[in-house]
Design a protein around this ligand. Structure first.
Ligand SMILES: O=C(O)c1cc(=O)[nH]c(=O)n1[C@@H]1O[C@H](COP(=O)(O)O)[C@@H](O)[C@H]1O
Length: 271
């Protein structure tokens, strides 16, 4: 999927919402546990109820890997379901990978080719040769961690080296990598005030912004400082949407939460 296709979907749906499919068997409605594949059953119901309200889905692979082969199968079924029934949806494998080039190539193949996601999250710590193998795929996207939403972001990412913060080095250096037009960046919604500086370095790149909802980030602030003329934002909420209810009406409750965010986004887009 190209970024232009993504922008078209955002304008069509009046939404730049990404729903995080972080499925925890201890949190899903108990009646689903008797299903043959409870994780997929949950995802399918959430997707069926919310696809008109969002433009992206982001399964975090940790929540699938934790359940071994069954979890990986559920992840595979989920991405195949999305690609088959909702090919217009931007899909993100939130895997936060990155290794020596030879190994990164295999991670890239796993998520972008074998599973067929549109994008994958990647950590920048190992540098150019660890990220470029992900950038090699046409019309696929590498979402590089820049400034994350958690408290630990202040341990390294905001430390000053040679006169500027590490996350700024990540943004600037990554622009020189081969196929850097395939880069997007993660910036936590909890760090909205940093977006002015971030936009001065990467004025047009798409940002994946997690941390609204359960982590307390503010949508209005993110849009005020981070939005571009082609939107440039995907706002993720996982727990705040998918666990809105644990009774049999969980999918409708999730759709209601997604709709609240979508309406806020529509208001911002039409201002
Ligand atoms: O890459 C991410 O998506 C990510 C980066 C970050 O800085 N913070 C962050 O919360 N995330 C992910 O975004 C999702 C946030 O989930 P909720 O807090 O439940 O909305 C989880 O899958 C996190 O792993």
């Amino acid at each position: 999927m190209t970024t232009q296709d993504l922008v078209t979907q955002i304008r069509k749906k009046n939404s730049f919402l990404c729903i995080g499919l972080d499925v925890d068997l201890e949190k899903i409605p108990p009646h689903l546990l008797s299903e043959e594949d409870p994780i997929f059953a949950f995802n399918k119901a959430i997707i069926d109820a919310t696809h008109h309200l969002c433009v992206a889905y982001k399964p975090n692979t940790a929540f699938y890997e934790a359940y071994g082969l069954k979890g990986w199968k559920a992840l595979e079924k989920t991405i195949h379901y999305l690609n088959q029934h909702h090919p217009e949806m931007f899909t993100i494998a939130d895997a936060k990978r990155g290794d020596i080039g030879n190994t990164s190539r295999m991670y890239a193949k796993a998520f972008l080719e074998d599973l067929g996601f549109d994008s994958v999250t990647v950590a920048p710590y190992m540098g150019k040769d660890s990220v470029e193998p992900f950038l090699d795929f046409k019309d696929k996207h590498t979402i590089l961690l820049a400034l994350t939403s958690n408290q630990g972001a202040f341990d390294f990412q905001t430390k000053n080296i040679d006169g500027k913060e590490v996350y700024k080095h990540v943004l600037e250096t990554s622009k020189s990598w081969e196929n850097s037009e395939n880069l997007m960046y993660v910036v936590g919604a909890t760090k909205a005030e940093y977006l002015v500086d971030i936009r001065s370095i990467i004025p047009n790149s798409f940002l994946l912004v997690p941390g609204v909802g359960a982590q307390g980030g503010n949508l209005q602030d993110v849009c005020k400082y981070g939005m571009t003329s082609t939107i440039g934002l995907l706002i993720n909420s996982s727990r705040g949407i998918i666990y809105a209810s644990s009774d049999e009406h969980y999918a409708e409750a999730a759709a209601q939460k997604a709709k609240e965010l979508q309406q806020e986004m529509a208001f911002i887009l039409n201002q």
